[in-house]
Design a protein. Structure first.
Ligand code: NAD
Ligand code: UDP
Length: 328
């Protein structure tokens, strides 16, 4: 594997939430770059199976740990990637307190670890800090439009607080921290029942069930294949930049078009069923990626068709082997 990160010198990384979707891909890429990995996870929304293929690697260690309690890692660490948090709206709506706790106390502990170890720190922030955006596409200088009292507030505000905390640790405690604002990412190892649009549509199309499109499906997202997102995150980690930097694809698509595309790729006869739109569901979302392109020389390169094809094939075989998949 190669990465856009030209000077990759990290010897040992801690990945919080490393058994989740993005975290497990990060662990895999880090090991491929010769970086040892300590993966911390309490399996709230992730599963050990996501990193089972890494456990024979002598550079990999998996520890069950709730990072809102305490984090202790012995030995040197020069990179902390803080990715622990429920990320799917369905997950953070059923886990509101855990989401607020991991975004606040969990971020505090992760920053404390980076401070103690004098490690580079990467905060996994999100396009959700822009809320239901009044600026389109979203640039990093945009402050956002978030309803703190709405159901999504538990996630959005936890991430906004985490950004403020990270900025304070950088300014006051000398932590070499960077904020990455990740936009909708998809790929293998998403849970089929995690409620996000792409895994839901693929699962439904494969089962020949109605594909549930919220509202009239005219709302947009810009979806990025996981390998592209991970490369952007690692390039940013290696850059020394403080961020925030948007990492995502500018390939904007309506949710209805996304549902039809997946149905057609699965070759299913499944009908589209319109369902109620969630409260405060953002109407549009698209990153301005100028900063990532100029700073890192990075942009997403996987086409929507390629990325969806790989993801559909992964779901096809994972669903055929149902017992490997947890239900939450
Ligand atoms: P995920 O739910 O698959 O992974 C999150 C992981 O964090 C899980 O393995 C979960 O068990 C773990 N976790 C949660 N609380 C924990 C705690 N208290 N202690 C230890 N581990 C804990 O979600 P994901 O899609 O992989 O997202 C990972 C990170 O990236 C999140 O911080 C999310 O906000 C961010 N992000 C993801 C996306 C995306 O499109 N996937 C977009 C923007 C931001
Ligand atoms: N969505 C949908 N049907 C589903 C799941 C999601 O139409 O079964 C919609 C959802 O309302 C939103 C979009 O798809 O408008 C993206 O939702 P997702 O949960 O994937 O991501 P997020 O809202 O966090 O961007």
């Amino acid at each position: 594997m190669t990465t856009h990160a030209t000077s990759w010198n990290f010897r040992r990384a801690v990945v919080t939430g490393g058994a989740g979707f993005l975290g497990s891909h990060l662990c895999e890429w880090l090991l491929s770059l010769g970086t040892q990995v300590v993966c911390l996870d309490n399996f709230l929304t992730g599963i050990p199976a996501n990193v089972a293929h890494l456990t024979d690697d002598p550079g990999f260690r998996l520890a069950r740990c709730d990072i809102t309690d305490f984090i202790h890692v012995s030995g040197e660490v020069d990179l902390v990637l803080h990715f622990a948090s429920p990320a799917s709206p369905a997950d953070y709506l059923r886990l509101p307190i855990q989401t607020l706790k991991v975004g606040s106390t969990g971020t505090l502990h992760s920053l404390g670890l980076a401070r103690e170890k004098k490690a580079r720190f990467v905060l996994a922030s999100t396009s959700e800090v822009y809320g239901d955006p009044l600026e389109h596409p979203q640039r990093e200088v945009y402050w956002g439009n978030v309803n703190p009292l709405g159901p999504r507030g538990v996630y959005d505000e936890a991430k906004r607080y985490a950004e403020a905390l990270t900025t304070a640790y950088r300014a006051n405690c000398g932590v070499d921290a960077v904020i990455v604002r990740i936009f909708n990412t998809y790929g293998p190892r998403m849970r089929p029942d995690d409620g996000r649009a792409i895994p839901t549509f693929i699962r439904q199309a494969l089962a020949g069930e109605p594909i549930t499109v919220a509202g009239d499906g005219s709302q947009t997202r810009s979806v990025c294949y996981v390998d592209d997102t991970v490369q952007g995150i690692l390039a940013l980690a290696a850059s020394g930049h403080p961020g925030p930097v948007n990492i995502g694809s500018p390939d904007e698509i309506t949710i209805l078009h996304l549902a039809e595309t997946i149905r057609d790729m699965v070759d299913a006869q499944a009908p589209i069923r319109l369902i109620n739109r969630p409260v405060d569901d953002p109407s549009v979302r698209k990153p301005d990626t100028t900063l990532a392109e100029t700073l890192l020389g990075w942009k997403a390169t996987t086409s929507r068709e390629q990325g969806l094809h790989k993801t559909i094939e992964w779901f096809r075989s994972a669903l055929a082997d149902q017992e490997d998949l947890p239900s939450f």
